[in-house]
Design a protein. Structure first.
Lengths: 249, 115
């Protein structure tokens, strides 16, 4: 038979769980919920039935309520942030798992934090820019541009760190063109199409003019890499152009 | 959820059970739970999270309201908040029961035809 001390201890823990409810809900119903929980515990105790499993179920059931109430009281922006944070966490699992299984992959904790921030920022940017647009062409354009921009920035950062060649920093000018272009275009499809085409042209120009210093057998891979990024920027630009021609923003 | 919507739209099982539990008169949270369990012959066990989440939404929709805060003479000496049906709540319950009766009539007719 569960003792009174056990009941009091469970009630104290339950009170801590209730603190996770949104404040207005907690202030209105917290006392009643705690009281009901106490009543249920006493009923079990008086019936000489075990408490632990029951309390576990109640904690689980109430946790569901906590999540639901918090979600209900969230603003649209908070929901977007939560979704972006979860998506970023899911993506972070890739390097996290890889670092455990791939030999020589030894990222310091700071690198994981930085990567998470990059994933989160990209997901938020996509959600905020694309969420008000009904056009799939526009959403697709935003998605491809962000993924390509993220991959270019990431691979370039790794390349600069490995080669210690500051000349490679010139690739960041492509991203700078993207940021400035998007700002000048006020995120309108026509302006974004031009921006993405400009990014593709600049990247192609850099690929042709910048001496890689790489051995010949790597040049082919680099050419393919550049070609893929140029193609992605052009594809994104074409999607924005399609959205623009469709009469959307 | 507006009051008008609530009176017309089908109710969730939790809301229906709470309305049914409160139809004879006011009850506190634990009392509602026990009544729901009794009404459903032990088939529906509602936890505090579901109960008070539903109570909150039902109060917002005007289906129920707080009636009193007092000691339950059959329990300990803690004061408990009691809830009761509003007119809109009773109307919603009656509408839901009419809807159920309609569904049952159709189902029974169909099953009889099938035999």
């Amino acid at each position: 038979m569960a003792s009174e001390i056990a009941v009091q201890r469970y009630r104290a823990w339950y009170a801590m769980l209730l603190r996770l409810y949104p404040r207005p809900f907690r202030e209105r119903f917290g006392e009643g919920i705690a009281q009901t929980f106490h009543d249920l515990c006493l009923e079990r105790r008086n019936a000489n039935r075990g408490l632990f499993g029951f309390v576990l179920w109640i904690f689980f059931e109430t946790s569901k309520g906590v999540i639901m109430e918090n979600t209900t009281h969230m603003t649209q922006l908070s929901k977007t942030m939560l979704r972006s944070a979860l998506v970023a966490l899911g993506l972070l699992m890739v390097p996290l798992v890889a670092s455990r299984v791939v030999e020589g992959w030894n990222w310091p904790p700071g690198a994981f934090v930085f990567t998470y921030v990059l994933f989160f920022g990209t997901a938020m940017a996509y959600a905020l820019i694309a969420r008000k647009m009904g056009s799939w062409a526009y959403k697709g354009g935003v998605g491809v541009a962000l993924v390509a921009g993220f991959a270019l920035g990431w691979s370039n950062m790794v390349h600069v760190a490995d080669s210690e060649n500051p000349a490679n920093l010139v690739y960041f000018s492509v991203l700078a063109v993207g940021v400035v272009g998007a700002w000048l275009a006020r995120l309108e499809a026509r302006g974004l199409a031009r921006t993405l085409f400009a990014m593709a042209a600049l990247l192609a120009l850099i690929a042709v003019l910048l001496p890689t210093g790489a051995p010949p057998y790597l040049n082919r891979n680099m050419t393919i890499g550049h070609g893929v990024f140029v193609a992605l920027f052009i594809a994104s630009g074409l999607m924005f152009r399609h959205a623009s021609l469709a009469g959307l923003k | 959820m507006t009051k008008k919507d609530t009176a017309q739209a089908p109710l969730t099982p939790a809301v229906l059970h709470i309305l049914l539990a409160l139809s004879p008169g006011e009850r506190h949270g634990y009392g509602i739970m026990k009544q729901v369990e009794a009404d459903s012959q032990g088939k529906v066990k509602m936890g505090p999270g579901t109960l008070y989440g539903s109570v909150g939404r039902m109060m917002e929709a005007g289906l129920i309201r707080e009636s009193d805060k007092r000691v339950d003479p059959e329990m300990d000496d803690e004061r408990r908040i009691y809830y009761e049906l509003t007119g809109a709540g009773r109307t919603a319950l009656e509408a839901e029961l009419r809807r159920y009766r309609g569904v049952v009539a159709v189902a029974e007719g169909r099953l009889a035809y099938g035999q």
